[in-house]
Ligand binder design. Sequence first.
Ligand code: ADP
Ligand code: MG
Length: 240
Amino acid sequence: MIKVEKLSKSFGKQTVLHDISTTITQGEVVAVIGPSGSGKSTFLRCLNLLESPTSGRITINDKDITDPKTNILQVRQKIGMVFQHFHLFPHMNVIDNICFAPMKVKGWTKEQARSKALELLERVGLTDKSEAFPSKLSGGQKQRVAILRSLAMEPEIMLFDEPTSALDPEMVKEVLEVIRGLAESGMTMVIVTHEMRFAQEAADTIYFLDKGHLVEKAPPAQFFKRPDNERARQFLEKVL
Ligand code: ADP
Ligand code: MG
């Protein structure tokens, strides 16, 4: 579903991604881990062209999204992204936050969008917050709404960049549960996370990035038992 070929990205003279090649299949859940500054966010941002690759090619469903002729906005409609900080629209209540993009971008009527939003809210137990403003929500609730806002666009792929890093510890679980549910529903996902246990349980494949190189790619059982890569072993010793 996603094919990455020799992807490199530089900022000025600094190369932060080196020749990354990989394939992610439909329904695969990839957890990307690695030290701070290893290029995890940049890798994710290249997948939906929030960053433009310096070289290499990314193909999504056989469409070369790095081709200059590609309509980036159309690509992004199919790829949802959730960040560490929630970026909800502060002046809109929860349901309007969720309805905004489908109405504006997909041309849905208010009724269509609201009915989809209510169905999503029910799925994560937030029906009673539909009229609340973001300032009245906990961090975990805000992040769940941010996820729903992406899902309302009916994406084929979801990207998460440290979705629980800004949360108080007691709110991490409720957000991971939503992401886990999505994984079980067959959504193709790439998740940058420091939650090793979650990565172990929810991912099909672990990617370990070190200094912009994809140095290890393995099923969690194998990776967490003993990674082949020395840097990955050192990293695990520190975080586990
Ligand atoms: P990670 O998410 O693994 O912590 P990042 O992808 O954010 O790593 O960053 C990788 C490297 O790229 C870092 O050295 C960072 O300073 C640099 N970098 C990231 N974004 C930019 C940018 N927009 N401009 C310049 N350098 C950047
Ligand atoms: Mg990052």
